[in-house]
Design a protein around this ligand. Structure first.
Ligand SMILES: NC(=O)c1ccc[n+]([C@@H]2O[C@H](COP(=O)([O-])OP(=O)(O)OC[C@H]3O[C@@H](n4cnc5c(N)ncnc54)[C@H](OP(=O)(O)O)[C@@H]3O)[C@@H](O)[C@H]2O)c1
Length: 325
């Protein structure tokens, strides 16, 4: 594709993906591997459908060694300590992974003049704005996770041609071998007839992880640089998502309760309403990408359970769902 040649400068040179074993990284690698060479940079070697590079991002010398002999056009940085509650409980780890890990990649990309695409979050804002946040608004995080991502953004933006892509709450069907996400875990509870309480105060703009991966690759392959909000306009609470899923799976609505308790002590504060303008993103991709309605995505996930003849209730209950955002 012509835009890819211009965007990444060197067409068909491999792309490096960090956090390749994660919820979003898995989908980025899957999509990239179908069309061009890709390296997965991970703490553990593994069969991720790509060439594997092993490094802990917080250890600068390991990262330099892993990338030393590798020729790449662009690095998509999806690795992070991405659970806000964990970041709140272990702020030092959060700063080490999210900021120092990013600094190590910035230095390599600066020295090698490679494009760095940093995946950030809508949690760099406090959610108090009356109206939509634009890319020009100053950041104002309310928890450690958002603070570390905002600090990492600043480092990345010092690099010419770098990209910061702010993402909303991601969801998707997770395979049995993966850590279940919010939707998959909700499906499992519904299937087993377990009532559960879901938050109905925090307004999010949920995005399917497959869609996020597709749009990130579009931006990464274009000449775009700077900050982009990759966020749909449609919003929903987790309670609304759970109800939509119950309906699609044909399960009783009574299983979906409304959470009344306040956040647990020690948990990260959550902004109540996350609404970001996506005008700049939609202009950059000019008709090549369209956000799917949330309802369609939920229907698709429910179908996925049906078509694989898998009942979500078959899944082991032993692993906690990714609490995430
Ligand atoms: N998921 C969401 O709803 C959401 C929303 C907004 C923004 N984001 C952002 O999107 C990106 C991807 O999120 P995600 O949900 O896919 O995260 P995730 O599932 O928690 O995956 C995190 C990844 O980072 C890797 N990692 C952590 N520490 C590392 C280190 N020291 N060295 C090397 N790799 C390390 C993990 O590798 P191991 O397998 O070794 O642990 C894992 O592959 C993150 O930057 C996150 O902040 C996510």
């Amino acid at each position: 594709m012509e835009t890819e040649k211009r965007g990444r400068g060197r067409s068909r040179e491999p792309v490096v993906v960090t956090g390749a074993s994660g919820f979003l990284g898995t989908k980025l690698v899957e999509r990239l591997a179908a069309r061009e060479p890709v390296y997965s940079l991970s703490r553990r070697p593994g069969s991720l459908g790509s060439e594997s590079l092993v490094a802990d991002l917080t250890k600068g010398e390991e990262v330099v060694r892993a990338l030393k002999t590798v020729s790449f056009s662009c690095c998509i940085h999806a690795a992070a300590l991405a659970d806000p509650d964990l970041c709140e409980k272990s702020p030092e780890s959060a700063w080490r992974i999210n900021v120092e890990g990013t600094r190590n990649l910035v230095e390599i990309c600066r020295a090698r003049r490679r494009k760095l695409v940093f995946l950030s979050t809508d949690y760099v804002f406090d959610g108090r704005k009356n109206g939509l946040y634009t890319e020009e608004d100053p950041v104002c995080p309310v928890q450690v996770y958002g603070e570390t991502k905002a600090a990492a953004e600043r480092l990345v933006l010092e690099l010419p041609d770098s990209l910061v892509v702010r993402l909303p709450f991601l969801f998707g069907y997770t395979a049995p071998a993966e850590k279940p996400d919010f939707v998959t875990d909700t499906a499992r509870r519904l299937w087993m007839g377990q009532p559960h309480a879901y938050d109905h105060r925090q307004l999010r703009t949920p995005l399917l992880r497959e869609e996020a991966a597709e749009a990130i690759l579009l931006l990464a392959g274009s000449p775009s640089s700077g900050i982009y909000h990759l966020v749909p306009s449609e919003s929903a609470t987790k309670y609304e998502l759970a109800r939509a899923l119950a309906q699609c799976l044909g399960k009783p609505m009574e299983l979906v309760l409304e959470k009344t308790a306040e956040a647990q002590p020690g948990c990260a504060r959550r902004p109540m309403s996350m609404r970001l303008s996506n005008d700049k993103f939609l202009q950059a991709v000019s008709g090549r990408f369209r956000f799917r309605p949330i309802r369609d995505a939920i229907v698709q996930i429910a179908e996925r359970f049906r078509s694989t003849k898998e009942s979500p209730g078959d899944r082991l209950d032993s692993r906690q769902a990714q609490p995430k955002t």
